[in-house]
Design a protein around this ligand. Structure first.
Ligand code: HEC
Length: 422
């Protein structure tokens, strides 16, 4: 990944206030390119696309692993893990993603993945960088040493000079033996994904350096490869699904994924930062559930119960008790989010405009605005707040100006019909 040079960044700032902003902005954006394996973060919510169709909404701040970056088309392909565990390449507009902050572990992990996938220059660079990281120095420099020894020996074994070539093959054999030992140690230390990447990378390199036929004669593995494969893929899938679930506040799902991921590959540190965040969110949701229930038992407390419920679901969208309570209070929810246009309602607000147009607004609102999330309580924001929200969402809901106006007209009428909370 290349960062935008500093001078372009400052141009970008200048350009923002200038009338020729676009030329500069495009120049600046062209400077950021993403490599396979980079972690990127969305700067706003957006629909992931798959084969030209909307796939699922991605929340703001969601992190994805890059599969490919097509800078000409301005598209980044990222890995998306479906419910059944299959990985697909979904796309996002490049301008809405930024590099996620990196750490030494990521350099180490991505470096080993690069080695496994025979991208050797990248592997050397990343492992070298990880070896400077105070927290992962020991592990990273051990791996860097092994990988570099294998690569140097492989280079010699591929030499055109027969003497150099046979000496190279002997050195490679030695390095390969060392690789088997290190992956055995890694596996014993429960660094399963790293052990697997080292083993697979080492074998691919051996096939390249000595010829595919020679691999069978090399020192045998000391690890249970099938077990490692299962652990590594379980952990990768769990991490991807956890990264997908947390920004959408599906915290119980995320928590389950973390459990599965850590059981499979206990030394992977990526799960840790999520744990505290998830714990807090679930606790907040539980508090919200308790207050919603208390309000509900109170005469006239329904409106407060609904707000507590909405608040709780914003913190934890898959909390089973909150979800059950919401179902129970569905009728009351509809009354406060998208009330039907009954004659008493229209009479109460003294509406004199076109009723079919108002009906159309309600229909658009209840159909188009629920594709990605639930409707909010109408009194959760002022009319100017609703204007901002609908304007902000119009692109995502594919609304033209007329449809936008219809929705806002409906919201205004529906909001003014609400009986205020006691
Ligand atoms: C294509 C998916 C999608 C559609 C369709 C959609 N939204 Fe959203 N909406 C989102 C996402 C994702 C968020 C999370 C916040 C963000 O990323 O901006 C969101 C957030 C919101 C919020 C909360 C914003 C905040 O600042 O807290 C409101 C209100 C909202 N949407 C209203 C609407 C309305 C009204 C419509 C219909 C006009 C609509 N949405 C249609 C995806 C969508």
């Amino acid at each position: 990944m290349n960062r935008t040079p500093a001078f372009l960044m400052s141009l970008r700032f200048l350009a923002l206030s200038g009338s020729i902003a676009w030329a500069f902005l495009n120049a600046a954006q062209a400077g950021v390119s993403f490599a396979k394996g980079d972690l990127v973060r969305t700067q706003r919510g957006e629909m992931l696309q798959f084969k030209g169709e909307d796939l699922v909404p991605a929340g703001k701040g969601q992190e994805f692993t890059v599969l490919a970056h097509e800078s000409v088309r301005g598209v980044v392909y990222v890995g998306y893990t479906k419910e059944d565990g299959t990985l697909i390449a979904a796309s996002l507009p490049a301008e809405i993603v930024t590099p996620a902050p990196r750490d030494g572990w990521q350099d180490l992990f991505q470096g080993m993945e690069a080695f496994r996938e025979q991208r050797y220059e990248e592997a050397k660079k990343l492992l070298g960088k990880a070896s400077q990281d105070p927290q992962h120095r020991v592990l990273a420099s051990g791996l860097a040493l092994r990988v570099n020894a294998l690569l140097t020996a492989a280079g010699q074994a591929l030499s055109a000079d027969p003497d150099r070539k046979s000496a190279g093959a002997r050195i490679f054999l030695n390095a390969f033996q060392g690789m088997r030992e290190l992956s055995g140690q890694l596996s014993q230390a429960k660094h399963y994904s790293l052990a697997l990447a080292l083993e697979e990378g080492g074998e691919r390199l051996a096939a390249q350096a000595l010829g595919a036929g020679a691999v069978a004669g090399l020192p045998a593995t000391k690890v249970d490869r099938q077990d490692l494969q299962q652990r590594a893929s379980t952990a990768a899938r769990a991490l991807a699904r956890c990264r997908q679930a947390v920004p959408l506040k599906r915290l119980l799902e995320a928590s389950k994924e973390i459990g599965a991921g850590l059981a499979a590959d206990p030394m992977r540190p990526e799960f840790k930062p999520f744990e505290a965040q998830i714990q807090r969110g679930i606790e907040d949701a539980e508090d919200a559930y308790k207050s919603a229930n208390a309000f509900r038992r109170h005469h006239g407390g329904t409106v407060h119960a609904l707000s507590a419920l909405e608040d709780g679901l914003k913190r934890c969208a898959d909390h089973p008790q909150l979800a059950a309570l919401k179902k129970e209070m569905q009728g009351a929810f509809e009354e406060r989010t998208a009330p039907p246009l009954t004659p008493p309602l229209l009479a109460a607000v003294k509406y004199s405009g076109s009723i079919p147009q108002l009906e159309e607004g309600r229909k658009l609102y209840t159909v188009r605005c629920t594709q990605c999330h639930d409707l909010e309580l109408l009194d959760s924001r002022s009319m100017s707040g609703w204007e901002k929200a609908v304007t902000g969402m119009a692109g995502r809901a594919r609304l033209d100006d007329k449809q936008k106006t219809r929705i806002l007209d409906y919201i205004a009428v529906a909001q003014s019909s609400l009986v205020p909370a006691k």
